[in-house]
Design a protein around this ligand. Sequence first.
Ligand code: CMC
Length: 427
Amino acid sequence: MTDQKAQLLIDGKTIELNVITGTLGPKAIDVSPLFKNGYFTYDPGLNATATCESEITYIDGEAGTLLYRGYDIAELAEHSNYLEVCYLLLNGELPSSTEYTTFCNALMHHTMVHEQMRHFFNGFRRDAHPMAVMVGVVGALSAFYNDNVDFHLAENRMMVALRLIAKMPTIAAMCYKYSIGQPFIPPNNDLSFSENFLHMMFATPCEKYTPHPAIVKALDRIFILHADHEQNASTATVRSAGSTGANPFACIAAGIGALWGPQHGGANEAALNMLHEIGDTSKIGQYIARAKDPNNSFRLMGFGHRVYKNYDPRAKSMRETCHEVLEAVGAHDTPVFKLAMELERLALNDSYFIEKKLYPNVDFYSGITLSAIGIPTNMFTVIFAMARTVGWISQWSEMISHAYRLSRPRQIYTGKTAREYLGIGKR
Ligand code: CMC
């Protein structure tokens, strides 16, 4: 907060509003007093509205900056690992080596899910989208951990965080195994977070799965790059649900639902589906023309971002990882990856995309990488959800630990004015 004031002149009245300043980023005008003066603000999509104060993540879309607790994403992607980033997001500081070991041990002891949870899977069709299963199963965790817990206590919030971060990979892999009719593979706590996930995905009771180190590193990097992204649609959903005092597992299930959409977490799946639809490099021009046509709603999936109008800083690290994986698995010459690289080249050199500052986003490269790892397309958003869980729960925990208000946006009513009810015979 500063002493600075903004004045709004309306209907001959001057309304004085406080100006709020964060440590970085634009100033904000506190419009909360407007309502008692008879006005709402109108901001569909909330593009110009800060709905909370947060110390977790900072984004400068114009500069292409993304910081987790002050640390640059590129540095974290290069030098850190996902569990260290989880500790950082949850606690505000990087851990000492003892803190790190204690955190990892605590987390890895929550990787199993309650045996009763297996029965939930039998209720789903085998061809159900894994995100549909994920929403249901994660929501069901609230039925297992519904004890009368006081979430104003930090240790209770941390327990929820540990349970969620640890169980999400197990549930995600169970979704996959169920869809292909293979038995569930229990977690192996001797493995790293990423190795364990790959083990639960690709091992079978009769065959071990030993991933290439480049794949383990790539997956860990995907988790880091997707761990948090301030007040995006799914995080805002988690906060909104959390503001009602709802069970945190149910709040995360709400976030998973919001993430599913193709304009948010579903973009990496949509990007890969688009590459398959294009099918051949000779057809790229056709698709670029459709994307540029103002009368056509088609968009190049994996390009553009609501916040990053220069470059998605996560895309830089992800691009590098993408090439490492393609190299490691010998997939550089596979038609779909050749097509992806040609699409990237053409779009980056096309004046429409240059003028509108539409660059490949993180999901363009993560989709290609996950596909090269052998992860089926419909699991991409599930992996995004796993990675984002720490962000969601950190944001939820931050909100609960501060004074917060029930989220309740208003509207501009454009419907009928009050009118009299007429009995059915008189209409
Ligand atoms: N292909 C073609 N044109 C596009 C694209 C695209 N991917 N994205 C934006 N445009 C055009 C858009 O038509 C508009 O043109 P005009 O000014 O002539 O009306 C202009 O660029 C600005 O677009 P906008 O809709 O105002 O931008 P936005 O900030 O609302 O949209 C977006 C951001 C991500 C929804 C959009 O770029 C998009 O739909 N991209 C494809 C889906 C995608 O990759 N989403 C993942 C985002 S990253 C994941 C995450 O962080 O959750």
